[in-house]
Design a protein around this ligand. Structure first.
Ligand SMILES: Nc1nc2c(ncn2[C@@H]2O[C@H](COP(=O)(O)OP(=O)(O)OP(=O)(O)O)[C@@H](O)[C@H]2O)c(=O)[nH]1
Length: 493
């Protein structure tokens, strides 16, 4: 059983349902298992119990990782032993308990007592096992063997540090239990936080400076306005978030911590609005059905890379997938797509002749997918043609072909936007919306840009749900968008 990244469900005995529950049953941007959980504030100064929760999550992951290594080395080994009591799930007893997390009432009433030091025993055992394994494998490991490409390597557990603790807290705040924390998610949150570093550095420092230590005043809120606009949050989203804060200030005294919590809540609401309006909290291909996802956008925004990452995500999540290389205008684009296809062992349908008709490629790809029962067809489209008019015409044609050939298919038209282009992307969104019938946005290159705030402008001004975000060039640097995680990563101290 694999981790389904589209539905955000970890390995479990039951397959996740193909269709996400109705919006009314879910908190937008979160997985089904977190349905009806209200996100709560993540403290940047975790208290002892939150830290203990993170330690236990870490210990479990470490034990799992060691067990996995051991099994790889000894396929005939003894059956899996239960985890020691010291790493059984405990419940965090901080703000989460007030927010309706899945808790045993008795445990809520009796605060979880921090466990003294079982972790070190577990770690010692793990280290000893690792040493033994090293000793066993050393003579057999060929010195010249090429290492796995780093971007394809399985995520591995890093140190138990502030980043891990923050990631664990973000998961805990969304209602995850210790035993539900997966290495995949920790790995992604770490990447997301790192990716948003540049935006955060500018935003958070200024924001905290603005907020100061005293109760908020209207002048402080004016200062926040400049900070948000500088981070490319956009006028509409800034007005909305701060309008609500100003209203609150009129009614009561708001201290800086509450001001920050309230601001985060407003930003999440802005990001979630188009997602809620779509009636689909998460964009996941429907299993055992044909899904066609068109990736559109101007050249260089990261369409092909996004397609490669999505193909990988699909394969890793257990979907059958196929790529249509319909960017026939740029010769190298087909080769680039083929490389991505090979990386994830996903077949690529292409037409090698120069300036082949993209609609013909899509025609072939849909035929192949229907014949093989493929679940997801990812279509790479051109980002540049002789004129913008031609580009829009071509996109419309591709869309018509898909609708005609596969009326049964679930079609998504995803606009890929480069976050580093800031609000220029919004104008592109409007132009593409008509031709391609956009249903969502993939925001790329959040790393290396200080303009991560543009996600809010996209949601508020283009009114399109952000479905995936890319925060790096690696194959694992793209994941489904989750407003809670995004805002926490954006405003982490
Ligand atoms: N740092 C960073 N780079 C990215 C990301 N996504 C894509 N890139 C890089 O952006 C560059 C352009 O990506 P492509 O995928 O070729 O863009 P495209 O939209 O397909 O371009 P055309 O085929 O010309 O339309 C490549 O160097 C990618 O590695 C991201 O999330 N972060």
């Amino acid at each position: 059983m694999v981790y389904d990244w589209f539905n955000r469900t970890g390995p479990s005995p039951a397959e996740p349902s193909a269709t996400p529950p109705p919006a009314s049953e879910q908190v937008s941007g979160q997985g089904p298992e977190q349905a009806q959980e209200q996100p709560v504030e993540v403290s940047s100064d975790p208290n002892a119990e939150a830290l203990e929760w993170a330690r236990q999550a870490y210990a479990r992951l470490k034990a799992q990782q060691e067990e996995q290594k051991r099994r790889q080395l000894e396929p005939e080994s003894a059956p899996e032993l239960p985890l020691p009591d010291s790493v059984q799930p405990v419940l965090i007893n901080t703000q989460q308990s007030e927010q309706g997390l899945e808790q045993d009432p008795q445990q809520v009433a009796q605060p979880a007592t921090p466990v003294a030091a079982p972790l070190s025993l577990l770690e010692q055992a793990a280290a000893q096992r690792a040493e033994r394994q090293q000793a066993i494998t050393a003579p057999e490991a060929p010195a010249l063997e090429a290492p796995a490409a780093p971007e394809l390597a399985e995520p591995s557990l890093g140190a138990f540090d502030a980043t891990f603790t923050w990631s664990a807290e973000v998961l805990a705040a969304q209602g995850k239990r210790v035993d539900q924390v997966s290495l995949e998610e920790i790995d992604w949150l770490t990447r997301l936080r790192q990716g948003l570093e540049k935006t955060r550095q500018g935003l958070v420092t200024q924001l905290l400076d603005n907020l100061g230590d005293d109760p908020l005043t209207p002048e402080v809120v004016d200062g926040l306005e400049t900070t948000l606009l500088r981070a490319d949050v956009g006028v509409e989203a800034t007005d909305r978030a701060l309008g609500a804060l100003r209203q609150r200030l009129n009614q009561e005294v708001v201290d800086p911590a509450e001001g920050l919590r309230f601001l985060k809540e407003q930003l999440r609401a802005i990001l979630d609005q188009p997602i809620e309006a779509s009636g689909q909290p998460l964009l996941a291909p429907r299993r055992e059905q044909l899904n066609v996802w068109l990736l559109v956008g101007v050249n260089g925004v990261g369409k092909t890379t996004t397609l490669g990452k999505l193909a990988n995500l699909a394969v890793r999540s257990g979907y059958s997938c196929l790529i249509a290389a319909a960017d026939t205008f740029r010769a190298a684009a087909v080769q680039q797509v083929q490389v991505w296809g090979e990386r994830s062992k996903v077949p690529v349908i292409s037409n090698p002749s120069a300036n082949a008709d993209p609609a013909a490629v899509v025609y072939d790809a849909i035929g192949a997918a229907q014949a093989k029962g493929t679940e997801l067809v990812l279509v790479d489209t051109a980002g540049r043609l002789q004129t913008k008019h031609n580009l829009m015409e071509e996109l419309s044609k591709v869309r018509r072909i898909v609708d005609k050939l596969a009326p049964e298919a679930v079609v998504e038209s995803l606009l890929v936007l480069d976050a580093s282009q800031g609000q220029n992307g919004l104008r592109q969104a409007m132009a593409f919306a008509k031709a391609a019938g956009l249903t969502g946005v993939v925001l790329t290159k959040l790393d290396g840009s200080a303009r991560g705030g543009v996600a809010l402008a996209v949601a508020s001004e283009a009114g399109l749900p952000i479905r995936f975000i890319g925060a790096g060039e690696g194959i694992r640097d793209l994941r489904p968008f989750n407003s809670f995680e995004f805002v926490e990563a954006l405003l982490a101290r």
